[in-house]
Design a protein around this ligand. Structure first.
Ligand code: SAH
Length: 258
């Protein structure tokens, strides 16, 4: 039997946004390696599996990537059904591509299972259509956080005319604003900032490019959050169940209602 690892997306948090294929993989799993952003509720599908947390956040010491690689390899070579469970989609800013490549280079078969990425879920939960005929002809998923020296070309993105969905942007609002303004984006471009998308304590803050940093501070925006920058972010009406967690500039910051 050849060694195999499933690289599975757990979706943005709402357990109902898990795919049927992810559920099947979890049911078959002997070992599940999970990231921090995975909602533990999805583990109900693998009650008998050994669950190992290999997250990289939350104030704890991060698990080195090389250690995660070796752990997957060891279990897979012992014939275990290994599920590597990641928040959102495994290949959207989730190192899924790196892990798949490394495993394949070490003779392990890899099966990727999509998850709903946070940017898509966040927009949908806030009734924001990321593309809209006549308004937004495309959408760009981009991270504000790079570990190497590479720079995001925000100025080019400002001119792309696509809706920008920014991951890991909470600490970079000022830089993003300056770069997008320098690229010619209009100062009143609507922005939606969505924290804990799809979870019961989801919160959203509507703003615009000029005010987004100030508004995020007043709102006490925290990670994990995504930013949606573009005309479509002016679309209104949060879904009714989460209406109480919508905030508009001028109101005091609200606490999440868990
Ligand atoms: N693979 C994940 C992204 C991992 S990068 C995916 O496809 O969603 C981590 C970043 O994702 C966070 O900093 C945040 O920007 C975003 N994120 C993840 N889960 C989120 C959530 N529930 N709500 C808002 N943003 C989220």
């Amino acid at each position: 039997m050849s060694a195999k690892v499933w690289l599975v997306g757990a979706g943005p948090g709402d357990p109902e946004l898990l795919t049927l294929k992810a559920v099947r993989a979890l049911r078959e799993a002997d070992v599940v390696l999970i990231d921090d952003l995975v909602n533990d509720a999805v583990l109900e599908h693998c009650p008998a599996a050994r669950v190992i947390s290999v997250g990289k956040r939350g104030g704890c010491r991060s698990t080195p990537q090389a250690f995660i690689h070796r752990l997957m390899l060891r279990y897979a070579r012992h014939g275990k059904c290994v599920v590597r469970l990641k928040g959102g989609d495994p290949c959207i800013f989730g190192r899924g591509g790196e892990e798949a490549q490394w495993l394949r280079e070490h003779g392990v078969e890899v099966e990727l299972v999509n998850g709903i990425t946070a940017g898509l879920a966040g927009a949908t939960q806030c009734a924001i259509p990321l593309t809209l005929r006549g308004v937004a002809r495309g959408v760009t998923l981009v991270t504000a956080h790079t570990q190497d020296d590479s720079q995001v070309n925000w100025q080019a993105l400002a001119q792309s005319g696509t809706t920008l969905v920014v991951y890991m942007g909470v600490a970079k609002l000022s830089e993003i604003r300056e770069q997008l303004l320098a690229g010619g984006m209009t100062a009143d471009m609507p922005v939606a900032m969505i924290e804990n998308a799809s979870l019961p304590h989801q919160r959203e803050c509507r703003s615009d490019l000029t005010a987004m940093e100030k508004d995020a501070q007043a709102f006490e925006l925290k990670s994990p959050a995504i930013l949606v920058i573009g005309r479509v972010a002016a679309s209104s009406a949060a879904q009714p169940s989460r209406e109480e967690n919508v905030w508009e500039p001028g109101l005091p910051a609200m606490q999440a209602t868990r």
